[in-house]
Design a protein around this ligand. Structure first.
Ligand code: KIV
Length: 262
């Protein structure tokens, strides 16, 4: 059966953990779906892991639509969520218009960064019939202002802000919320406090689910310094080795060798 935002929300009540991963194209969305991942995110991490930008702030709506269309062609059973990119949800009007563009590209829900500060936009998106996933803690779209990716919740005002932001997203009608780089005790407190699932990344083991950037899980990007994820595969090294081996197989061939026509 097709997984909807309501299915994901209900997983918390049933005590089912949620495994979520990112995909930016058809093959990855299809492979993740075949492996039984219930939530696939076309994340704006696209900017770094596919497009070669230093952070997510240069990702455009056109980029997100293009990659959402590619992932949607896999017709996943999983819920396909797409990120609203940097500065695409400054007002309720732009949030609705851009969320609709992502839905037209094949997304089945959208995600945006922030809590109380975007509550109006979240309410507007949900009122227009689009399921919404929140994202609080470290907000990668603010990385320039913040000067890096810093853990949130260490100080009491940060803890209070995270609790208030989580409450605001629940009140606005979000079906789940990503907690990024939140101290494990605060992530646990938020998870116990709110009725919708928390999906952690670098937020400890006590969230209702976990999300990873798939190329990080597969060890495809060894040049990034990852603190919160231990790759389960060394895909980069395996790819280099296969390519070298293939290249060598050409060099070894005797140039005078006669190859039978097929
Ligand atoms: O863009 C992304 O991949 C994300 C995840 C890190 C949650 O937002």
């Amino acid at each position: 059966m097709k997984i909807t935002a309501e299915t994901i929300r209900a997983m918390k009540a049933r005590g089912e953990r949620i495994a979520a991963l990112t995909a930016y194209d058809f093959p990855m969305a299809r492979l993740l779906d075949e492996a039984g991942i219930p939530l696939i995110l076309v994340g704006d991490s696209l900017g770094m892991v596919v497009l070669g930008y230093p952070d997510t702030t240069q990702v455009t709506m056109a980029d997100m639509e293009h990659h959402t269309r590619a992932a949607a062609r896999a017709k996943p059973r999983a819920l396909l969520v797409a990120d609203l990119p940097y500065q695409s949800y400054q007002s309720a009007e732009s949030a609705i218009a851009n969320a609709k563009r992502l839905m037209a590209a094949g997304a089945e829900a959208v995600k945006a960064e922030g809590g109380r500060i975007i509550a109006n936009q979240v309410r507007a998106i949900i009122r227009s019939g689009i399921p919404f996933c929140g994202h609080i803690g470290m907000l990668p779209q603010n990385v320039r202002e913040e000067g890096g990716y810093h853990l949130k919740g260490k100080k009491e005002p940060e803890r209070q802000a995270l609790l208030a932001d989580a409450d605001a997203l629940v009140e606005a009608g979000a079906f789940a919320v990503v907690l990024e780089l939140v101290t494990p005790p605060v992530a646990k407190e938020v998870t116990r406090r709110i009725p919708i699932p928390t999906i952690g990344i670098g937020a400890g083991p006590d969230c209702d689910g976990q999300i990873l950037v798939t190329p990080d899980l597969l060890g495809m990007l060894p040049w990034f310094d990852l603190k919160h994820v231990k790759p389960r595969l060394n895909a980069a090294e395996q790819m280099r080795a296969v390519v070298r081996e293939w290249k060598k197989s050409f060099a070894l061939r005797n140039p005078d060798e006669k190859v039978d026509a097929p």
